[in-house]
Each structure stands twice: as C-alpha cells, then as structure tokens.
Design a protein around this ligand. Structure first.
Ligand SMILES: [Zn+2]
Length: 187
C-alpha cells in the first residue's frame, strides 16, 4: 500500500477533550497505536484528552489528538527510557517504501521526548524542545486528523502480513509486523 505523505501541520482549534470509551470510538487511530505500544513496549497510558483549564485550546490533548506514554508503575525511569529510545528508533526509521515509513503510515505529526521534538514539518529531524515540561518521564505523540481517525495506511493494512513488512523484520524493526499481523480497525 502506498506510503502516506508527511502529516500536515494541524493547529489546535477546539476544546474537545475525550476520555475512556469516547477515545476508543472517536480516535480509533490513536487507540490502536496506544494498544500496540502498551502490548509490545509495556509502560503506562498517561492520557489522550486533557481539560482546557483556561478555556483556550493550545495543546493537541485539548482536541484529543495526542497521547502520552510513560514508564510502568514502579519501574526505574532509566529502564523505560531505553524502551522509549528503541520505540522511537523503529518509528522514525526509513523503510522499504520510503523515509520515516512507520510514523508516516501512522500519521504521527510530532513526537516529543527527552528535550527533543521530532516533527513531520522538519522531516522528523530532532530539534531542541524547550517547553515547560522537558518530557524526560513521558513521550508525547500527536497526530494530524487522518492518523488520529485511523485513516492512514498503517491502520488500513491488516488481516495478514504484506510483503512490505519483511524488510522491517530483517532489520529488527518488528513493530509494524506485529501490528499488521494482529489487528485491524473495525470500520
Ligand atoms: Zn502530551
């Protein structure tokens, strides 16, 4: 299946945080990605939706287009950070179909981790992140709308393991292979 273009910049416009079953129903892409990461990389779900305290939506969490992932309860942060580094390396790796194949297939616009931001707008080249939270104890993922809604190719492939997967397996990047062999989003 054709590789998706880099996800577009998607300014936050509404204050519409979703929680629980609402996330599963209305953000199927984020929910599938979250399930995959928690199954394969453990750790904890630190939330998708976040209330807008001031009434102004400024974070993708206010629109429920972001997800935070952190260490397993009681786990040394350094241990989790190794898995986070491995996960990011797989997501950002070039694939047989093109550069940064997995993040593009999943429609992830930005990843923030350990004082760095990887943005599709800069072709995921790491840049210093100096926001108020340094993101050393969680990873932030946010999505443009198509990925959040499960409409990019990473959520469409399934029901088998297409040929595209095998080079990933060969390079040790087994994330997509696991994903594809296990699940398909019900439409
Ligand atoms: Zn976040």
């Amino acid at each position: 299946m054709a590789l998706d273009d880099y996800p577009l910049r998607t300014p936050v416009q509404t204050c519409d945080p979703l929680f629980g079953a609402e996330v599963r129903r209305k953000r199927p892409g984020i929910d599938a990605f979250r399930t995959l990461v928690l199954e394969e990389f453990k750790g904890t779900d630190q939330g998708v939706g976040r209330q807008c305290i001031t009434g102004n939506a400024t974070s993708a969490h206010h629109e429920s287009r972001a997800w935070d992932w952190g260490p397993t309860k009681g786990e040394p942060v350094a241990q989790w950070r190794q898995r986070a580094t491995a996960l990011l390396a797989q997501l950002l790796a070039d694939g047989p179909e093109g550069a940064h194949e997995l993040v593009r297939r999943f429609g992830i616009r930005n990843i923030i981790f350990n004082r760095e931001i990887f943005s599709a707008g800069k072709l995921y080249e790491p840049a210093p992140y100096d926001g108020p939270n340094d993101h050393t104890t969680h990873v932030h993922f946010d999505w443009a709308w198509p990925g959040a809604l499960g409409e990019t190719s990473g959520y469409e492939l399934g029901g088998g393991v297409p040929a595209v997967v095998f080079p990933f397996v060969a390079t040790g990047a087994i994330l997509l292979a696991m994903y594809l062999s296990k699940r398909r989003i019900p439409k």
